[in-house]
Design a protein around this ligand. Structure first.
Ligand code: MD3
Ligand code: FE
Length: 199
């Protein structure tokens, strides 16, 4: 990694612009097969990100709660995880297991994600890998319990993060996305891909 903070490893500019463009084409194909939807939290608040998934499982949230599902809310199967994305997992995850969920988060300009833990998976010994595309985002990392001191780092298009070991259960979020900081998405915004072993 080019940077490690609180056990989270960051590889800056790991994906070349060509590979980012190829991955973007693959993400558009995912969204064509399994449309982005507007997630609602269990408390009934609309999230500002739009989501879909690839892989055996997709992560969904609605009034019934947060969970993994084998189908999109509209009923279709999730498309397979593209090779361009699996290549990143195989290079950087450090595990023999394959990911069974690739969550696609689209941040329109102005979207954010509040501090939370990722704890809907069965095995916290398996790492989580996150790929950033598009506009720069201010990522905040805290502790394994809510509150306390936090640290922030800007994530840029082509960066890859790995959360393993003790870092797997830290609170984290996206405070803001900075408009016009990447040429990758014509209409601006940011895409984050999060790869996980669910079962
Ligand atoms: C630290 N996504 O989808 S990526 C999420 O940019 C999520 O869309 C944010 O948090 C995003 O759950 C942050 C960085 C990230 C992803 C997963 C983590 C950091 C993490 C899991 C454990 C610890
Ligand atoms: Fe998360």
């Amino acid at each position: 990694p080019t940077l490690s903070i609180r056990g989270v490893d960051l590889w800056e500019s790991w994906l070349s612009p060509d590979r980012q463009g190829a991955m973007l084409d693959d993400i558009r194909a995912i969204a064509a097969a399994a449309p982005l939807f507007e997630p609602v939290t269990p408390s009934g608040r609309k999230m500002s990100v739009r989501m879909t998934s690839a892989g055996r499982y997709g992560w969904v949230t609605d009034r019934s709660g947060y969970r993994y599902e084998e189908r999109h809310p509209e009923g279709m199967d999730w498309p397979p995880i593209p090779r361009s994305i699996l290549d990143v997992w195989e290079a950087l995850s450090g595990t023999d297991r394959q990911p069974d969920c690739c969550l696609v988060n689209f941040y329109p300009p102005g979207a954010r994600m509040g501090m939370h833990q990722d704890r809907d998976e069965a095995d916290f010994d398996q790492p989580v890998l996150s790929i950033s595309l598009g506009d720069e985002a201010l990522f905040r990392i805290g502790n394994t319990t809510r509150g306390g001191k936090t640290e922030s780092v800007w994530l840029r298009s082509g960066d890859v993060l790995r959360m393993g070991g003790a870092a797997r259960l830290v609170y984290h979020g996206i405070d803001r996305v900075k408009d016009g900081t990447s040429p990758l998405l014509k209409d601006g915004g940011r895409i984050n891909l999060t790869l996980r072993v669910v079962t």
